[in-house]
Design a binder for this molecule. Structure first.
Ligand SMILES: *Cc1c(COP(=O)(O)O)cnc(C)c1O
Length: 431
């Protein structure tokens, strides 16, 4: 066995950091093996501690839509850094960021910045409860909304039972306020509203699911969710932490023409630095302190470096100097990946589903069309793990789990995407 700096670093990390990682999915538990360490990243490429170059389809779990270490974003951070890293008072970047977000996402009339997607969803739910003066919330199995207590809940045994904690440390009494339903099931949603009249504060969902692999809604599903929430006076919260600015400039809500009451953002709006945001109708947002009774705060919220990076990332989505929309290029790359994987699977006689929209995709080894959590689990995770390691050995890094979405950046355009498709096809042929 050759000496590996990644293995040395991981051995040290295991002594000091639980599981050796600061976020669990990085630990490779679901594909086996040990994670590699990365010392640098440029464009579509990660450079490992051992100087391997990998074509990256994780893109830091979504934020890097322009590729890693984009020169324009880097320059924006450097310029902000000249003036200091945090002021504890309002700074001009915050206003510019709010102007950009409300312009890109018209359902957002007012926005509050925070530091992560988890903070955004946690705060949006508190706001929905404060605004409606109701306690219960509805979420969907397989949708991930960060790790706050109300949201780390798994489904009960029947569609109408209340949730159970999905993590030690979440009180069962909290879980009872969260109702977990199957995604893409309007009958279950109607039934939950009928069974809890006047008690549901909000429905929160990933309008396109990206945390159980990539799953799109059936035609008419999101419109039905919008209609039933309006009918019952509950707020509709779109968690677009992953899909915001990625599926379209205005997120899934733009592509599907649905107007949610509140939207959660993160990932891309930080340009690679830690940021979250939530926003929506002014009358709801004005319930937040200091105007209203719902408390929410943050020492580093609206941080100038993070704002500068995010503003640069959003401006690049409007015009990255290429003369074409990044979204049409990203969709071409997404289709190239999907077609290559499906063709290789077909040639091999392997059943596969490759849901894809724009620069998001995932690969399920199953004959069953994937439309919710239960059907996602029909994907062959053992086969995926072998595919993952075959790709990694040849220089392509996919998310280390059968149940995560893949992300493509504009920097993948050109030789990187061709090479990646060739490698993935060969990996499938040799499974
Ligand atoms: C990543 C993600 C979150 C959590 O964001 P963090 O910044 O990791 O806290 C919430 N919702 C969705 C849909 C996400 O993809």
């Amino acid at each position: 066995m050759t000496h590996s700096l990644s293995d040395d670093l991981f051995a040290r990390a295991l002594q000091l950091i639980p599981g050796g990682v600061n976020s669990p999915v990085r630990a490779f538990r679901s594909v086996g093996g040990a994670p590699f360490f990365v010392k640098a990243a440029r464009g579509a490429t990660l450079i490992t501690a051992d100087d391997r170059e990998l074509i990256d389809f994780v893109c830091t779990w979504g934020p890097a839509i322009h590729g890693h270490n984009h020169p324009v974003i880097k320059a924006a951070i450097a310029a902000a850094l000249e003036n200091g890293t945090s002021f504890g008072t309002p700074n001009p970047y915050e206003v510019e960021m709010a102007e950009l977000i409300t312009r890109f996402v018209p359902s957002i009339q007012k926005v509050r910045m925070c530091n992560s997607g988890t903070e955004a969803t946690m705060s949006a739910i508190r706001l929905a409860r404060g605004f409606t003066r109701r306690d219960k919330i509805i979420k969907f199995a397989g949708c991930y909304h960060g790790h706050s207590d109300s949201l780390l809940i798994k489904a009960g045994s029947g569609a109408l039972t209340h949730g159970h904690p999905d993590s030690a440390g979440v009180p069962a009494s909290f879980a009872r306020e969260t109702i977990v339903l199957p995604y893409n099931d309007t009958v279950a949603l109607d039934a939950a509203f009928a069974a809890n009249p006047g008690q549901i504060a909000c429905v929160i969902l990933e309008p396109y699911c990206g945390n159980v692999g990539f799953i799109m809604p059936d035609a008419g599903y999101l419109a039905a969710v919008r209609a039933v929430t309006t009918q019952h006076g509950a707020l509709l919260i779109f968690d677009e932490v992953m899909t915001g600015f990625r599926i379209a400039k205005g997120g899934v809500q733009e592509r599907e023409s649905i107007v949610p009451d509140l939207t959660c953002l993160g990932k891309i709006i930080g340009g690679g630095l830690p940021v979250g945001a939530f926003g929506g109708r002014s009358d709801i947002m004005d319930c937040l302190a200091p105007l209203g009774p719902v408390y929410q705060a943050g020492t580093l919220s609206g941080n100038p470096l993070a704002m500068a990076a995010g503003i640069a990332a959003l401006r690049l989505l409007e015009d990255d100097g290429s003369g074409t929309s990044p979204y049409s290029r990203l969709d071409r790359l997404g289709r190239q990946v999907r077609d290559a994987v499906l063709a290789a699977a077909h040639a091999k006689g392997l059943p596969a589903q490759v849901p894809q929209c724009g620069s998001m995709f995932s690969i399920f080894f199953t004959a069953t069309p994937v439309r919710d959590y239960a059907t996602a689990l029909t994907g062959d995770a053992k086969l995926f793990a072998r595919f993952f390691h075959a790709c990694l050995a040849r220089g392509v890094y996919l998310a280390p789990s059968a149940y995560e979405a893949g992300f493509i950046s504009t920097a993948h355009d050109g030789p990187a995407i061709d090479r990646a498709c060739e490698i993935m096809s060969r990996a499938i042929a040799e499974l």
